[in-house]
Design a binder for this molecule. Sequence first.
Ligand SMILES: Cc1cc2nc3c(=O)[nH]c(=O)nc-3n(C[C@H](O)[C@H](O)[C@H](O)COP(=O)(O)OP(=O)(O)OC[C@H]3O[C@@H](n4cnc5c(N)ncnc54)[C@H](O)[C@@H]3O)c2cc1C
Length: 427
Amino acid sequence: MATRVPILILGGGIIGTSVAWALAARGVRGIEVVDLDLAGVYASSELNAGGVRATWWQPVNVECCRLTLDFFRAHAAEFGFRERGYLWLYADAALWERALEKRTLQNAFGLGVEALAPFELWARFPLLDRGREEILGATFSPRDGLVNPNAVRAFFRREAERQGVVFRNRHYVSGIATARVAGRAGSLRRVSEVDVVEVARGDPTDADGTVREILTSHHVAPAEQVSESRLAPDVVVNCLGAWSSVLLAKIGVRDVAEPVRRQISLVDVHASDLPAGVDPSTLGMIVDASGLYFHPEGPHVLAGYSIPHEAPGFDFGYDGETFFEAEIWPRLAHRASAFERCGHVRGWAGLYDVTPDRSGIAGAVAGFANLFEARSFTGRGVMQSYAIGRAMAGLVAGGRFEEVDLAPLARDRFDDPARWVTEDLHI
Ligand SMILES: Cc1cc2nc3c(=O)[nH]c(=O)nc-3n(C[C@H](O)[C@H](O)[C@H](O)COP(=O)(O)OP(=O)(O)OC[C@H]3O[C@@H](n4cnc5c(N)ncnc54)[C@H](O)[C@@H]3O)c2cc1C
């Protein structure tokens, strides 16, 4: 016998937790969040770089991030929000031209983005004393910055729990059964250790399709025992991040997003190597439009680089010294002599869930009356988290997006390239 759950959120990363809190804050009750690991060992929300900016190229992304950054600003001490800006360096003429063009849009949103000529850049950022001849200019957005994503997620969860949301840890979503409203509920059939398929599903093009049951498996004491739960949700919200497509494949919904590995290194800089007067702890995010980014992180510097054409897959392997030596150190040293002797501390890898236009997917899943999704926010999930939660709560509980209109992020935009929400400067 399945247990009825009014609102079931799949995935307790920063997005699922934000949606849960936003729904609870509206007075919705009966919300449960299931996650295979709320500690987030494989969750992007625990493995990211903590950079937050509103300076995107598409209005929906600017709006979501602006609203979220305002929220971070209002809780700056608790979230470790540091408004230290994003500095983008441009060495490519076409990109620089586009950046100046998009600055007009960004400043129409009140973001106060500055365009810096090289001489202004060197005067304000003396750390950047290498490769100067290549740089055509830079943009600096003073209201962007850095945040502690774990603190944000902890806040969402604490507030959600205070309002009655139940978080179920170590619950692996292993099956989904769907049916047409008028038809027979699908039955669940185990086919492998971790995989259950549904056998009677609604036609994905049929708006009357309904998710009838979600099957989760979880370990109970003694540890070897696995218990299964059959949950009968009134509404399901898919917030499984990079794993969303695995769920959708079980119900025959075509997906366009792909998980792609991103690696980050922590590096040490010798204080004596810094130019006079440079205090790295006062810096925000510095981005080389070619793909390198770095910012101070406690006593270290956090640096990331997106390897072009990285093959998609669920790869959490950090290439360690090899990655640092081949990708991070030479690029850092190419921009600042202070990094010439920097040391590798450690690093990690996490997943971006990348869509063809590099914007997220949010809204109702066509073909199903009670299935929603908020996922695939590529490298932008933390900085959009608050706004996505609020907007989705409006849709789920009230039938329409609130605070931000997420209609441009509907999944069906991929049917028509003219509707893509393309972000070119995606690191
Ligand atoms: C290296 C790196 C750097 C990044 N840098 C930034 C940045 O600077 N700024 C920024 O805003 N964003 C950044 N991002 C992106 C950001 O981290 C993500 O967009 C965001 O965390 C996505 O949150 P989510 O809740 O959608 O997904 P996740 O945090 O991945 O949560 C999904 C959850 O689903 C659970 N789950 C998966 N499958 C199942 C299942 N079958 N059953 C039960 N539970 C399941 C997982 O355990 C996980 O907790 C970065 C990402 C990476 C990897």
